[in-house]
Write a protein that binds this ligand. Structure first.
Ligand code: ZN
Ligand code: ZN
Length: 382
């Protein structure tokens, strides 16, 4: 069996080695020599091997091949050790406060990282059916950056990822109450880029890292643990209050049960979710179910730094607005399958008399409504 397999291997290798194949065909080379040479032969070293085979015995050829393979293995080991020794990761902060990471990694560590990045990118909800204008096309490199942050967050996560940031880990943000209170100026949407040639680092900054925008600190403060530190005029700590949560666990549980994921129109994210205060607690907003809404990281950012609006409208309905103040079409729940007496009739009433035209393939619910899983699964049983 092994011999037969070996013959197939030799035959396959010879297909790529015309000179060796020709000499073998003419009977100038023994099978033993060809079997050994085809283990290492390429079109680059074919002439050299044929020269050895012509002047030496099968034993010479076999020994040469085995010694060469041992050297290659040794060289590979040396390479692997060099890669391992040269592993390093450098970082620095750019002028605008962005972190720049440069890493050199051995092949197997790199493979793990690339696999994790790929998987994290798959889970990023970049193609969610959200209303036009609320998501821009993001390049692969941008998605990779988001994926890296997601990997870090998952690593730091000691509890299920559906819980809020405050339950998982701490990034310390230094911010004054005044900075948190100051919302965007009334005439300037929060997302409007503004020039701050020399931002005051005392306004808000991440510990051991540069300045962050006031609106970013407001977003982080929406759902976090808070320690109040009182300082004297020389910035010496006078007192530290007990740690408290901006959203207590009991309210957070009720919020999760009610919203079951991001409430932004069309978003279906259920992971990496924050609780957002519709009226910020720093501005006197209550931490109550009425004043809270769940948002995924992307949409929480849009609502704070991105200039989008989130407010309670008529009848307590949560309304989202784009940067121009236009109300975004809200998703609406389709009637639950459980409410229907006859599932088949219900479905037929919606699909009968369809005229096929250029619009036929356009989704009927184009505002990016959430999937009705009751209906979808129920249909499979119908
Ligand atoms: Zn928020
Ligand atoms: Zn979302």
């Amino acid at each position: 069996m092994h011999a037969a397999r070996e013959k197939v291997r030799v035959a396959n290798a010879l297909a790529e080695l015309p000179k060796m194949s020709e000499r073998f065909k003419r009977g100038e080379l023994s099978y033993s020599k060809v079997r050994a040479m085809t283990r290492i032969a390429t079109t680059d070293n074919e002439d050299y091997l044929l020269m050895i085979a012509r002047h030496g015995t099968a034993h010479h050829v076999e020994k040469l091949v085995s010694q060469y393979r041992r050297c290659v293995r040794l060289q590979d080991t040396i390479n692997a050790n060099e890669q391992y020794k040269a592993r390093e990761l450098h970082y620095h902060y750019d002028e605008n406060g962005s972190l720049v990471i440069i890493a050199t990694l051995p092949a197997e560590q790199a493979a793990v990282i690339m696999k994790a990045l790929d998987r994290a990118m798959d889970s990023l909800d970049t193609n969610a059916d959200v209303p036009a204008g609320t998501s821009e096309h993001e390049s692969i490199s941008t998605q990779r950056a988001d994926a890296l942050a997601q990997i870090a967050e998952t690593y730091l996560n000691t509890s299920p990822s559906t819980t809020s940031t405050a339950d998982r880990y701490q990034v310390v943000v230094h911010v004054t109450p005044q900075t948190l209170k100051e919302g965007p100026p009334p005439d300037v949407p929060a997302g409007t880029p503004q020039k701050h040639p020399n931002p005051d680092p005392n306004l808000s900054h991440i510990e051991h890292a540069p300045h962050i925008a006031a609106e970013t600190s407001r977003r982080i403060a929406c759902d976090c643990s808070i320690i109040k530190l009182t300082e004297d005029e020389n910035a010496q700590p006078l007192s530290i209050s007990r740690k408290s949560r901006s959203i207590p666990p009991s309210i957070n549980r009720a919020l999760r049960a009610r919203d079951q994921g991001c409430r932004f129109p069309g978003c279906t994210s259920t992971e990496f979710i924050d609780g957002h205060h519709i009226k910020h607690w720093a501005d006197g907003g209550e931490t109550s179910l009425e004043n809270l809404v769940q948002l995924c990281r992307r949409h929480h950012r849009l609502v704070h730094e991105g200039g989008f609006g989130c407010e309670r409208g008529v009848g307590g309905k949560v309304v989202f607005r784009d940067q121009r103040g236009e109300v975004l079409a809200d998703w609406f729940r389709l009637p639950s399958i459980a409410d229907e007496k006859n599932t088949v009739e219900w479905i037929e009433a919606r699909i009968s008399d369809v005229d096929i035209d250029s619009e036929t393939c356009v989704p009927l619910t184009s505002a990016g409504e959430k999937m009705d899983w009751n209906l979808a699964v129920g249909h499979l049983f119908a």
